[in-house]
Design a protein around this ligand. Structure first.
Ligand code: ADP
Ligand code: AMP
Length: 214
């Protein structure tokens, strides 16, 4: 089961991708998480990516394409995976197609989590991320048990720099310009599925499970 999550920043891709990964026993591959882990570890890749991420811009395709190509070839991806935050441009989607076709594989489902822009800014200002394990919360919709502290690892929760309203506006315009065209791309391939991401998290997940099957 090879799945791509599509949708604006803050639409709930990560939230749903984690639930899908748990239920179907496949890895959750988030390029944003991979970049943040590299930033934390102080790697060269992290240093390069940070400059783009802080501005709400996309990291250049060449820094992300090989990384994902290597990841989907790992043994734990044999049964499938859920890609979250990749592809984000048409060239990334084309590269992924090439990698998959060289392995005799294809994407099964591209799930577009639809949330209008006006909801996004509100959602992002309430998102909190753990500095330790990267778990995400929402101050209203998915609060941690103890305010400001991660339920899983006890580390502090922060508002990501790129979730500040001015950067979110920029990320949304980048999304519309560079990522939204992927909806037509996957529709043309016949694997696009749409879900209403304004519903409650559990309802969105029920709708996704109905698409993926038991
Ligand atoms: P993305 O991965 O698409 O950037 P997230 O999954 O991190 O988005 O969700 C963004 C924020 O919105 C998080 O704080 C998350 O807890 C919250 N959230 C996710 N899905 C919903 C939903 N259906 N309703 C309300 N809040 C949600
Ligand atoms: P995310 O956690 O998916 O919201 O990603 C956070 C940031 O990481 C984005 O705003 C981009 O700067 C960068 N990023 C993540 N995935 C990609 C990608 N596939 N292509 C380019 N940039 C990416």
């Amino acid at each position: 089961m090879r799945i791509i999550m599509l949708g604006a920043p803050g639409a709930g891709k990560g939230t749903q991708a984690k639930k899908i990964a748990d239920k179907y026993g496949i890895p959750h591959i988030s390029t944003g998480d991979i970049f943040r882990a590299n930033i934390k570890a102080g790697t060269e890749l992290g240093k390069k990516a940070k400059a783009y991420m802080d501005q709400g811009a996309l990291v250049p395709d060449e820094l992300v394409v090989d990384l994902v190509a290597d990841r989907v070839k790992q043994p734990d991806c044999e049964k499938g995976y859920v890609l979250d935050g990749f592809p984000r441009t048409i060239p990334q989607a084309e590269s992924l197609d090439q990698v998959l076709s060289s392995m005799g594989q294809e994407i099964g489902f591209a799930i577009n989590v639809e949330v209008p822009d006006e909801h996004i800014v509100r959602r992002m200002s309430g998102r909190r991320a753990c500095v330790g394990c990267g778990a995400t919360y929402h101050v209203v919709h998915a609060p941690s048990k103890k305010e400001g502290v991660c339920d899983r690892c006890g580390e502090p929760l922060i508002l990501r720099d790129d979730d500040k309203p001015e950067t979110v506006e920029k990320r949304l315009s980048v999304y519309h310009e560079q990522t939204q065209p992927l909806i037509d791309y996957y529709s043309g391939k016949g694997c696009l599925k749409e879900v209403d991401g304004t519903k409650d998290m559990e309802e969105v997940f029920t709708d996704i499970c109905a698409i993926l099957g038991e």
